[in-house]
Design a protein around this ligand. Structure first.
Ligand SMILES: Cc1cc2nc3c(=O)[nH]c(=O)nc-3n(C[C@H](O)[C@H](O)[C@H](O)COP(=O)(O)OP(=O)(O)OC[C@H]3O[C@@H](n4cnc5c(N)ncnc54)[C@H](O)[C@@H]3O)c2cc1C
Length: 266
């Protein structure tokens, strides 16, 4: 007969999403048991690894796609403000975890890095100026600076202006509030801290094959230990699919109605 692990929470995938949710659950309900299943030999080896993402703390300071311009030429800032607010909450959560000694040195995972947007040509300069003015209405973006003067832009980003044709129209915004984040380091530290509670267990090199909800509403999860080849079952009251690129397949296998409409993009 197959071995069965019973748990309150099963987290599939050992990236920043599972690690963060695990920590939130542990903060709110410390008595709940958590099992994390990661198919690779360590956590944060895929998208969350520092080498596999740009490490930008997305706060809408430099991402122009968060401030679309409509057909009438109005620049909308709702999404930018919402993303900035969410990132502020992330920073507060990390600061709280440092106070609680659940994360150690912030320099291990977050650093100040100015965030800039740079554009060329009349159309894009007009857009950036409108974007800047619209963002200035929110206290969250008040410290952002705007310049069209190449001498100022040169101080912000010398390599971008060096050797550039002086007649070309350019503009830039500059924010000192930008951050560079090592999501892999946060993941490792969060999982480590969870394991120390004795309520969380990490299963490395264990792949989730499929999952199905039972009549009693618990989830039956089929797991394979990739080192030994052994297969076993997990029964969990709550399951989170944080499997990055592997999530889609598991969602489809889960048979939940939302999974049925999920298709991989070509
Ligand atoms: C090129 C690039 C640049 C990026 N730049 C930024 C940026 O600048 N700023 C930013 O905020 N975000 C950025 N991102 C996005 C960010 O990296 C991801 O959103 C984030 O890391 C996703 O975390 P995750 O936990 O969902 O997934 P992952 O970190 O991918 O973790 C998923 C884990 O699930 C495991 N897994 C998969 N299938 C199974 C299975 N069946 N059983 C068990 N385990 C399984 C995988 O091995 C993996 O470890 C970037 C992403 C990329 C690709």
């Amino acid at each position: 007969m197959k071995e069965t692990i019973e748990t309150d929470v099963a987290l599939i995938g050992g990236g920043i999403m599972s690690a963060t949710l695990g920590m939130l659950i542990n903060q709110l309900a410390p008595d709940k048991s958590i099992h994390i299943f990661e198919r690779l030999k360590d956590v944060a080896e895929e998208a969350s690894d520092a080498w596999n993402n740009a490490g930008t703390g997305h706060a809408a300071l430099c991402e122009l796609n968060y401030t679309p311009e409509d057909a009438k030429g109005v620049v909308h800032t709702d999404k930018a403000r919402s993303i900035m607010e969410q990132f502020e909450v992330s920073k507060q959560f990390w600061a709280y975890l440092i106070e609680q000694e659940r994360l150690a040195n912030p320099k291990d995972f977050i650093r100040s890095t100015p965030h800039m947007s740079f554009v060329r040509g009349d159309k894009d300069v007009t857009y950036l100026k409108k974007r800047f003015k619209a963002l200035q209405k929110s206290i969250l973006f008040k410290e952002m600076q705007y310049a069209e003067d190449p001498n100022i832009i040169q101080q912000w980003a010398p390599l971008v202006t060096d050797g550039r044709d002086n007649t070309e129209k350019i503009a830039a915004t500059y924010s000192t509030l930008g951050t560079d984040v090592n999501f892999g380091a946060i993941t490792g530290a969060l999982v480590n801290s969870l394991q120390k509670t004795g309520k969380a267990e990490l299963h490395l090199h264990h792949e989730v094959k499929k999952l199905k909800q039972q009549k009693d509403s618990r989830w039956l999860i089929k797991v394979k230990d990739l080192s030994s080849g052994k297969k076993y079952n997990v029964l969990a009251k709550f399951v989170f699919i944080g499997a990055g690129g592997g999530s889609l397949e598991l969602l489809q296998k889960s048979d939940i109605p939302e999974g049925k409409n999920m298709v991989a993009s070509p």
